[in-house]
Design a protein around this ligand. Structure first.
Ligand SMILES: [Zn+2]
Length: 176
């Protein structure tokens, strides 16, 4: 994918289908799912969770991610804006570009493993669980050469809630 210095914009409907683009050839893009073009399952999962949160809280989310070309390390800024009716506007802006060292090894995998709460998607960071969107930026998750892996756990809040629900459940079954 050739990227110039123009911002590339995608508009997605509520099902993350591309309905309009700017500064990129629309041929073969309109009517396709935004995630059809990503072959990284973890990236898809993370982004779709973030899209859901942007729609739910009707709040713009900004992050940076890394997408190199053959010669350069490139950092892009991605702005995800809710436009109402579940439509999202995604703006990809080239933020930083520098020559890439030739010794980069593409066969390596990230050995970073982050812990994510399986119930609320919060991520463990500095001794506590924080919201996914906060974690993405604090930990610069999308700027790694390789996406980190996640292991699933449960945060304190969800554990507490779950235990309370279990208690209520067993109370109810006693009284009936
Ligand atoms: Zn949780």
């Amino acid at each position: 994918m050739a990227l110039g210095d123009l911002d590339i914009v995608y508009y997605l409907d509520g099902n993350n289908v591309i309905i309009r683009v700017e500064n990129i050839d629309p041929l073969g893009l309109i009517g396709r799912g935004y995630f059809e073009f990503s072959n990284d399952e973890m990236l898809r999962q993370l982004l779709s969770k973030i899209f859901d949160r942007v729609r739910k809280f009707n709040k713009t989310f900004k992050t940076t991610y890394r997408c190199d070309d053959e010669e350069n390390i490139r950092i892009f800024e991605l702005v995800i804006e809710p436009l109402g009716k579940n439509i999202l506007k995604l703006t990809h802006k080239l933020f930083k570009k520098e020559p890439r060292p030739h010794s980069l090894d593409f066969t390596q995998r990230s050995d970073l493993i982050y812990r994510m709460c399986a119930w609320c998607d919060k991520i463990f960071y500095n001794d506590r669980y924080i919201e996914l969107d906060e974690a993405v930026n604090k930990m610069k998750i999308f700027e790694h050469n390789f996406l980190p892996r996640f292991s699933h756990g449960i945060c304190n809040d969800c554990q507490k809630k779950l235990l309370e629900e279990l208690e209520e459940f067993s109370d109810e079954s006693h009284s009936s």
